[in-house]
Ligand binder design. Structure first.
Ligand code: GLA
Length: 401
Protein backbone atom coordinates (compact mmCIF):
# COMPACT_ATOMS: atom_id res chain seq x y z
CA UNK A 1 0.00 0.00 0.00
CA UNK A 2 2.78 2.43 1.00
CA UNK A 3 4.57 1.53 -2.21
CA UNK A 4 1.46 2.34 -4.23
CA UNK A 5 1.08 5.68 -2.48
CA UNK A 6 4.72 6.48 -3.07
CA UNK A 7 4.41 5.53 -6.75
CA UNK A 8 1.28 7.62 -7.14
CA UNK A 9 3.04 10.54 -5.48
CA UNK A 10 6.05 10.17 -7.78
CA UNK A 11 3.73 10.10 -10.78
CA UNK A 12 2.01 13.26 -9.57
CA UNK A 13 5.32 15.06 -9.20
CA UNK A 14 6.42 13.88 -12.64
CA UNK A 15 3.13 15.04 -14.13
CA UNK A 16 3.27 18.43 -12.47
CA UNK A 17 6.81 18.92 -13.77
CA UNK A 18 5.41 18.50 -17.30
CA UNK A 19 2.63 21.05 -16.74
CA UNK A 20 2.83 24.02 -19.08
CA UNK A 21 3.37 27.35 -17.32
CA UNK A 22 -0.25 28.22 -18.06
CA UNK A 23 -2.64 25.40 -17.16
CA UNK A 24 -5.20 24.40 -19.74
CA UNK A 25 -8.78 23.44 -19.20
CA UNK A 26 -9.57 20.36 -21.29
CA UNK A 27 -12.65 22.07 -22.77
CA UNK A 28 -10.69 25.02 -24.05
CA UNK A 29 -8.87 25.21 -27.35
CA UNK A 30 -5.16 24.42 -27.33
CA UNK A 31 -2.70 27.17 -26.58
CA UNK A 32 -2.06 28.91 -29.82
CA UNK A 33 -5.21 27.84 -31.64
CA UNK A 34 -6.03 30.41 -34.30
CA UNK A 35 -9.65 31.56 -34.18
CA UNK A 36 -10.06 31.51 -37.96
CA UNK A 37 -10.98 35.21 -38.12
CA UNK A 38 -9.50 38.08 -40.13
CA UNK A 39 -8.28 36.15 -43.20
CA UNK A 40 -7.61 39.62 -44.63
CA UNK A 41 -6.78 42.71 -42.51
CA UNK A 42 -9.83 43.98 -40.58
CA UNK A 43 -11.48 47.14 -41.94
CA UNK A 44 -13.62 49.50 -39.92
CA UNK A 45 -13.81 52.67 -37.87
CA UNK A 46 -12.65 53.45 -34.33
CA UNK A 47 -13.63 56.40 -32.15
CA UNK A 48 -10.25 57.26 -30.62
CA UNK A 49 -8.28 59.31 -33.17
CA UNK A 50 -11.06 61.85 -33.68
CA UNK A 51 -13.20 61.76 -30.56
CA UNK A 52 -10.92 60.54 -27.74
CA UNK A 53 -13.12 60.35 -24.64
CA UNK A 54 -15.85 62.57 -26.15
CA UNK A 55 -18.06 59.68 -27.15
CA UNK A 56 -21.63 58.67 -26.52
CA UNK A 57 -24.22 56.44 -28.16
CA UNK A 58 -25.41 59.23 -30.44
CA UNK A 59 -21.94 59.69 -31.89
CA UNK A 60 -21.47 55.97 -32.43
CA UNK A 61 -24.85 55.62 -34.13
CA UNK A 62 -24.09 58.57 -36.40
CA UNK A 63 -20.78 57.00 -37.41
CA UNK A 64 -22.49 53.70 -38.19
CA UNK A 65 -25.07 55.58 -40.29
CA UNK A 66 -22.29 57.42 -42.12
CA UNK A 67 -20.33 54.25 -42.75
CA UNK A 68 -23.29 53.05 -44.77
CA UNK A 69 -24.36 56.31 -46.45
CA UNK A 70 -20.79 57.24 -47.45
CA UNK A 71 -20.33 53.96 -49.33
CA UNK A 72 -17.64 52.78 -46.91
CA UNK A 73 -19.55 49.66 -45.95
CA UNK A 74 -19.87 48.75 -49.61
CA UNK A 75 -16.15 49.38 -50.07
CA UNK A 76 -15.42 46.73 -47.41
CA UNK A 77 -15.41 48.52 -44.03
CA UNK A 78 -17.21 46.46 -41.41
CA UNK A 79 -16.30 47.10 -37.76
CA UNK A 80 -17.58 50.05 -35.72
CA UNK A 81 -15.28 50.02 -32.68
CA UNK A 82 -15.82 52.07 -29.51
CA UNK A 83 -12.45 52.82 -27.96
CA UNK A 84 -11.71 53.93 -24.38
CA UNK A 85 -14.21 55.76 -22.11
CA UNK A 86 -17.41 53.78 -22.74
CA UNK A 87 -17.09 52.11 -19.32
CA UNK A 88 -18.77 53.06 -16.10
CA UNK A 89 -18.23 51.17 -12.84
CA UNK A 90 -18.53 47.46 -12.15
CA UNK A 91 -21.74 46.37 -10.41
CA UNK A 92 -21.70 44.53 -7.06
CA UNK A 93 -21.09 41.23 -8.89
CA UNK A 94 -18.16 42.66 -10.77
CA UNK A 95 -19.98 42.97 -14.09
CA UNK A 96 -18.76 45.88 -16.18
CA UNK A 97 -21.41 48.53 -16.88
CA UNK A 98 -21.37 51.21 -19.56
CA UNK A 99 -21.12 54.85 -18.49
CA UNK A 100 -24.83 55.56 -17.86
CA UNK A 101 -24.64 59.18 -19.00
CA UNK A 102 -22.92 58.45 -22.29
CA UNK A 103 -24.60 55.14 -23.11
CA UNK A 104 -28.01 55.26 -21.39
CA UNK A 105 -29.52 52.65 -23.74
CA UNK A 106 -26.77 50.16 -22.95
CA UNK A 107 -24.20 48.49 -25.17
CA UNK A 108 -26.42 45.65 -26.34
CA UNK A 109 -28.87 48.11 -27.90
CA UNK A 110 -25.99 49.88 -29.64
CA UNK A 111 -24.57 46.61 -30.95
CA UNK A 112 -28.04 45.69 -32.24
CA UNK A 113 -28.26 49.05 -34.01
CA UNK A 114 -24.86 48.51 -35.66
CA UNK A 115 -25.69 44.93 -36.65
CA UNK A 116 -28.99 46.00 -38.21
CA UNK A 117 -26.94 48.10 -40.64
CA UNK A 118 -25.03 45.08 -41.84
CA UNK A 119 -21.97 46.09 -39.81
CA UNK A 120 -20.04 44.50 -36.98
CA UNK A 121 -19.49 45.89 -33.52
CA UNK A 122 -16.29 46.30 -31.53
CA UNK A 123 -15.33 47.42 -28.08
CA UNK A 124 -12.20 48.25 -26.04
CA UNK A 125 -10.69 47.11 -22.77
CA UNK A 126 -7.30 46.88 -21.11
CA UNK A 127 -5.24 44.01 -19.70
CA UNK A 128 -4.39 46.02 -16.59
CA UNK A 129 -6.35 47.28 -13.62
CA UNK A 130 -7.40 50.43 -15.45
CA UNK A 131 -7.61 51.56 -19.07
CA UNK A 132 -5.33 54.30 -20.35
CA UNK A 133 -8.10 56.83 -19.61
CA UNK A 134 -8.57 55.45 -16.09
CA UNK A 135 -11.74 53.38 -16.61
CA UNK A 136 -11.95 49.86 -15.13
CA UNK A 137 -9.59 47.41 -16.88
CA UNK A 138 -10.22 43.67 -17.29
CA UNK A 139 -7.50 42.37 -14.98
CA UNK A 140 -8.98 39.61 -12.85
CA UNK A 141 -12.28 39.86 -14.77
CA UNK A 142 -11.17 38.45 -18.12
CA UNK A 143 -13.62 35.55 -18.40
CA UNK A 144 -16.45 37.58 -16.90
CA UNK A 145 -15.86 40.47 -19.30
CA UNK A 146 -15.56 38.17 -22.31
CA UNK A 147 -18.93 36.64 -21.42
CA UNK A 148 -20.45 40.09 -21.07
CA UNK A 149 -19.10 41.19 -24.44
CA UNK A 150 -20.39 38.03 -26.10
CA UNK A 151 -23.83 38.55 -24.54
CA UNK A 152 -23.87 42.11 -25.87
CA UNK A 153 -23.01 40.91 -29.40
CA UNK A 154 -19.42 42.16 -29.57
CA UNK A 155 -17.50 41.03 -32.67
CA UNK A 156 -14.12 42.70 -32.05
CA UNK A 157 -12.09 43.51 -28.94
CA UNK A 158 -9.20 45.97 -28.81
CA UNK A 159 -7.19 45.17 -25.68
CA UNK A 160 -4.82 47.83 -24.37
CA UNK A 161 -1.76 47.66 -22.11
CA UNK A 162 -1.96 50.56 -19.62
CA UNK A 163 -1.63 49.98 -15.86
CA UNK A 164 -0.27 46.47 -16.24
CA UNK A 165 2.52 46.92 -13.69
CA UNK A 166 4.63 43.74 -13.76
CA UNK A 167 2.14 41.64 -15.77
CA UNK A 168 3.57 39.36 -18.45
CA UNK A 169 2.29 40.40 -21.87
CA UNK A 170 2.09 36.93 -23.41
CA UNK A 171 0.24 35.45 -20.43
CA UNK A 172 -2.12 38.43 -20.15
CA UNK A 173 -3.09 38.41 -23.82
CA UNK A 174 -3.35 34.62 -23.85
CA UNK A 175 -5.77 34.75 -20.93
CA UNK A 176 -8.11 37.11 -22.75
CA UNK A 177 -7.69 35.18 -25.99
CA UNK A 178 -8.82 32.02 -24.19
CA UNK A 179 -11.63 33.87 -22.47
CA UNK A 180 -12.93 35.11 -25.82
CA UNK A 181 -12.71 31.64 -27.37
CA UNK A 182 -14.51 30.14 -24.39
CA UNK A 183 -17.55 32.31 -25.19
CA UNK A 184 -18.02 30.45 -28.47
CA UNK A 185 -18.66 33.77 -30.26
CA UNK A 186 -16.30 34.75 -33.10
CA UNK A 187 -14.53 37.86 -31.75
CA UNK A 188 -11.57 39.41 -33.55
CA UNK A 189 -8.86 40.05 -30.97
CA UNK A 190 -6.76 43.19 -31.42
CA UNK A 191 -3.65 43.44 -29.22
CA UNK A 192 -2.65 46.99 -28.33
CA UNK A 193 0.64 46.48 -26.54
CA UNK A 194 2.49 49.07 -28.66
CA UNK A 195 5.18 46.60 -29.77
CA UNK A 196 6.88 46.77 -26.36
CA UNK A 197 7.61 43.05 -26.09
CA UNK A 198 7.64 42.32 -29.82
CA UNK A 199 4.20 40.69 -30.12
CA UNK A 200 4.99 39.72 -33.72
CA UNK A 201 7.21 37.02 -32.19
CA UNK A 202 4.54 35.45 -29.97
CA UNK A 203 1.05 36.67 -30.77
CA UNK A 204 0.43 34.91 -34.07
CA UNK A 205 -2.05 32.47 -32.55
CA UNK A 206 -3.19 34.64 -29.66
CA UNK A 207 -4.69 37.53 -31.55
CA UNK A 208 -5.58 38.65 -35.06
CA UNK A 209 -3.63 41.91 -35.05
CA UNK A 210 -1.05 43.54 -32.84
CA UNK A 211 0.07 47.13 -32.61
CA UNK A 212 3.72 47.51 -33.56
CA UNK A 213 4.37 51.01 -32.15
CA UNK A 214 3.20 53.75 -29.84
CA UNK A 215 0.24 55.84 -30.96
CA UNK A 216 0.01 57.60 -34.30
CA UNK A 217 0.07 61.38 -34.58
CA UNK A 218 -1.75 63.14 -37.42
CA UNK A 219 1.45 64.42 -39.05
CA UNK A 220 3.59 63.57 -42.06
CA UNK A 221 6.91 63.37 -40.20
CA UNK A 222 8.58 64.18 -36.86
CA UNK A 223 7.49 63.49 -33.29
CA UNK A 224 4.56 65.04 -31.41
CA UNK A 225 5.40 67.81 -28.94
CA UNK A 226 4.86 65.39 -26.00
CA UNK A 227 7.51 63.10 -27.52
CA UNK A 228 5.21 60.10 -27.38
CA UNK A 229 3.13 60.10 -30.55
CA UNK A 230 4.72 59.02 -33.82
CA UNK A 231 4.09 60.65 -37.17
CA UNK A 232 3.00 58.61 -40.16
CA UNK A 233 6.52 58.32 -41.61
CA UNK A 234 8.06 57.45 -38.25
CA UNK A 235 5.60 54.59 -37.93
CA UNK A 236 6.30 53.53 -41.51
CA UNK A 237 10.03 53.26 -40.79
CA UNK A 238 9.34 50.98 -37.81
CA UNK A 239 7.44 48.52 -40.04
CA UNK A 240 10.50 47.69 -42.16
CA UNK A 241 11.56 44.13 -41.39
CA UNK A 242 8.27 43.05 -39.77
CA UNK A 243 6.65 41.83 -43.00
CA UNK A 244 7.45 38.15 -42.49
CA UNK A 245 5.41 38.02 -39.27
CA UNK A 246 2.11 39.01 -40.90
CA UNK A 247 -0.26 36.76 -42.80
CA UNK A 248 -3.88 35.65 -43.01
CA UNK A 249 -5.42 35.77 -39.53
CA UNK A 250 -2.54 37.65 -37.88
CA UNK A 251 -1.50 41.16 -38.91
CA UNK A 252 0.98 43.82 -37.93
CA UNK A 253 -1.00 46.91 -36.90
CA UNK A 254 0.80 50.22 -37.48
CA UNK A 255 -2.15 51.98 -35.73
CA UNK A 256 -5.37 53.47 -37.01
CA UNK A 257 -5.76 55.82 -39.94
CA UNK A 258 -5.63 59.59 -39.55
CA UNK A 259 -7.02 60.24 -43.06
CA UNK A 260 -9.38 63.22 -42.86
CA UNK A 261 -8.40 64.43 -39.39
CA UNK A 262 -6.76 67.62 -40.65
CA UNK A 263 -3.08 67.30 -39.74
CA UNK A 264 -1.95 66.32 -43.25
CA UNK A 265 -2.75 67.43 -46.80
CA UNK A 266 -4.93 65.27 -49.03
CA UNK A 267 -1.87 64.20 -50.96
CA UNK A 268 -0.15 63.17 -47.71
CA UNK A 269 -3.29 61.26 -46.69
CA UNK A 270 -3.23 59.48 -50.05
CA UNK A 271 0.32 58.42 -49.24
CA UNK A 272 -0.71 57.33 -45.70
CA UNK A 273 -3.58 55.24 -47.09
CA UNK A 274 -1.48 53.71 -49.89
CA UNK A 275 1.32 52.79 -47.49
CA UNK A 276 -1.06 51.21 -44.95
CA UNK A 277 -2.65 49.23 -47.80
CA UNK A 278 0.65 47.95 -49.13
CA UNK A 279 1.64 47.02 -45.56
CA UNK A 280 -1.48 44.82 -45.32
CA UNK A 281 -2.40 46.95 -42.31
CA UNK A 282 -5.84 46.91 -40.71
CA UNK A 283 -7.72 49.80 -42.35
CA UNK A 284 -9.43 51.35 -39.35
CA UNK A 285 -10.63 54.85 -40.22
CA UNK A 286 -10.24 57.34 -37.37
CA UNK A 287 -12.02 60.43 -38.70
CA UNK A 288 -15.57 61.73 -38.37
CA UNK A 289 -17.32 59.86 -41.17
CA UNK A 290 -20.47 61.94 -40.74
CA UNK A 291 -18.79 65.21 -41.77
CA UNK A 292 -15.91 64.10 -43.98
CA UNK A 293 -15.07 65.90 -47.22
CA UNK A 294 -15.47 64.34 -50.64
CA UNK A 295 -11.68 64.14 -50.92
CA UNK A 296 -11.44 62.16 -47.68
CA UNK A 297 -14.23 59.84 -48.74
CA UNK A 298 -12.60 59.32 -52.13
CA UNK A 299 -9.33 58.33 -50.44
CA UNK A 300 -10.93 55.97 -47.93
CA UNK A 301 -13.07 54.26 -50.57
CA UNK A 302 -10.48 53.80 -53.31
CA UNK A 303 -11.35 50.21 -54.15
CA UNK A 304 -8.22 49.53 -56.15
CA UNK A 305 -6.03 50.48 -53.19
CA UNK A 306 -8.28 48.58 -50.79
CA UNK A 307 -7.97 45.50 -53.04
CA UNK A 308 -4.21 45.59 -52.48
CA UNK A 309 -4.69 45.74 -48.71
CA UNK A 310 -7.21 42.90 -48.88
CA UNK A 311 -5.26 40.76 -51.34
CA UNK A 312 -5.93 37.13 -50.35
CA UNK A 313 -2.25 36.16 -50.31
CA UNK A 314 -1.84 38.48 -47.31
CA UNK A 315 1.83 39.20 -48.00
CA UNK A 316 2.98 42.44 -46.39
CA UNK A 317 5.21 44.77 -48.43
CA UNK A 318 8.95 45.14 -48.04
CA UNK A 319 10.90 48.32 -48.67
CA UNK A 320 12.72 47.10 -51.78
CA UNK A 321 14.65 50.28 -52.59
CA UNK A 322 15.65 53.46 -50.77
CA UNK A 323 17.81 56.36 -51.90
CA UNK A 324 17.56 59.26 -49.49
CA UNK A 325 14.01 60.60 -49.63
CA UNK A 326 12.90 58.25 -52.40
CA UNK A 327 11.60 54.81 -51.61
CA UNK A 328 9.93 51.82 -53.23
CA UNK A 329 7.67 49.48 -51.26
CA UNK A 330 6.37 46.34 -52.99
CA UNK A 331 4.38 43.21 -52.32
CA UNK A 332 3.33 40.19 -54.37
CA UNK A 333 -0.39 39.99 -55.09
CA UNK A 334 -2.60 37.15 -56.28
CA UNK A 335 -1.98 36.07 -59.85
CA UNK A 336 1.77 36.75 -59.94
CA UNK A 337 1.60 40.54 -60.00
CA UNK A 338 3.12 43.11 -57.67
CA UNK A 339 1.65 46.15 -55.94
CA UNK A 340 4.14 49.00 -55.73
CA UNK A 341 4.26 52.33 -53.89
CA UNK A 342 6.78 54.93 -55.01
CA UNK A 343 7.18 57.27 -52.04
CA UNK A 344 8.60 60.77 -52.24
CA UNK A 345 9.37 62.02 -48.71
CA UNK A 346 10.81 65.32 -49.93
CA UNK A 347 8.84 68.48 -50.66
CA UNK A 348 9.79 68.63 -54.39
CA UNK A 349 8.59 66.43 -57.28
CA UNK A 350 11.08 63.72 -58.24
CA UNK A 351 11.40 60.76 -60.62
CA UNK A 352 11.34 57.43 -58.78
CA UNK A 353 12.08 54.12 -60.50
CA UNK A 354 11.21 50.57 -59.55
CA UNK A 355 13.33 48.00 -61.33
CA UNK A 356 12.08 44.54 -62.21
CA UNK A 357 15.09 43.25 -60.34
CA UNK A 358 13.71 44.77 -57.11
CA UNK A 359 10.43 42.99 -57.83
CA UNK A 360 12.20 39.71 -58.51
CA UNK A 361 11.13 39.70 -62.13
CA UNK A 362 13.43 38.90 -65.06
CA UNK A 363 14.59 42.04 -66.84
CA UNK A 364 13.03 41.17 -70.18
CA UNK A 365 9.57 40.47 -68.75
CA UNK A 366 6.86 42.65 -70.29
CA UNK A 367 4.30 43.72 -67.70
CA UNK A 368 1.09 45.73 -67.60
CA UNK A 369 1.11 48.79 -65.33
CA UNK A 370 -1.99 50.32 -63.76
CA UNK A 371 -2.12 53.52 -61.71
CA UNK A 372 -4.41 52.92 -58.73
CA UNK A 373 -5.09 56.60 -58.01
CA UNK A 374 -5.62 57.70 -61.63
CA UNK A 375 -7.59 54.47 -62.21
CA UNK A 376 -5.80 54.19 -65.52
CA UNK A 377 -3.81 51.58 -67.43
CA UNK A 378 -0.38 52.91 -68.39
CA UNK A 379 1.71 51.56 -71.29
CA UNK A 380 3.27 48.15 -70.61
CA UNK A 381 6.90 48.24 -69.46
CA UNK A 382 9.97 46.04 -69.55
CA UNK A 383 12.77 46.08 -66.95
CA UNK A 384 11.64 49.11 -64.93
CA UNK A 385 8.89 51.65 -64.33
CA UNK A 386 9.56 55.30 -63.56
CA UNK A 387 7.07 57.93 -62.42
CA UNK A 388 7.39 61.56 -61.49
CA UNK A 389 6.11 61.66 -57.90
CA UNK A 390 4.91 64.91 -56.31
CA UNK A 391 6.49 66.03 -53.03
CA UNK A 392 5.03 64.43 -49.90
CA UNK A 393 3.15 61.98 -52.04
CA UNK A 394 3.10 58.59 -53.71
CA UNK A 395 2.38 56.90 -56.99
CA UNK A 396 0.76 53.53 -56.46
CA UNK A 397 0.59 50.96 -59.24
CA UNK A 398 0.10 47.29 -59.89
CA UNK A 399 2.55 45.62 -62.21
CA UNK A 400 1.27 42.42 -63.80
CA UNK A 401 3.14 40.11 -66.18
C1 GLA B 1 -3.70 53.89 -25.86
C2 GLA B 1 -3.92 53.23 -27.22
C3 GLA B 1 -4.76 54.13 -28.09
C4 GLA B 1 -6.10 54.39 -27.43
C5 GLA B 1 -5.89 54.97 -26.03
C6 GLA B 1 -7.18 55.05 -25.24
O1 GLA B 1 -2.95 55.04 -25.97
O2 GLA B 1 -2.69 52.95 -27.82
O3 GLA B 1 -4.96 53.55 -29.38
O4 GLA B 1 -6.81 53.18 -27.35
O5 GLA B 1 -4.96 54.21 -25.27
O6 GLA B 1 -6.99 55.56 -23.96
Amino acid sequence: MRKTIRAAFALLIALSACQPAIARNANEPLLGTPNGLAPTPPMGWNSWNKFGCNINEKVIRAEADAMVSSGMRDAGYRYIVIDDCWQGARDKNGNIQPDPKRFPSGIKALADYVHAKGLKFGIYSDAGTKTCAGRPGSRGHEYQDAQTYAAWGVDYLKYDWCNTDTQDATASYLTMSRALQATGRPIVFSLCEWGKSKPWLWAQNIGNLWRTTDDIYDHWEGRSPDGYHLSMLEILDLQAGLDTYAGPGHWNDPDMLEVGNGGMTDSEYKAHFSLWAILAAPLIAGNDLSTMSDETRTILTNREVIAVDQDPLGIEAKRVAKAGNYEVWARPIKGGGRAVVLLNRSTEPHDITVTWDALQYPDDLKAAVRDLWLHKDLPARQGAFTANVQGHSVVMVTIKP
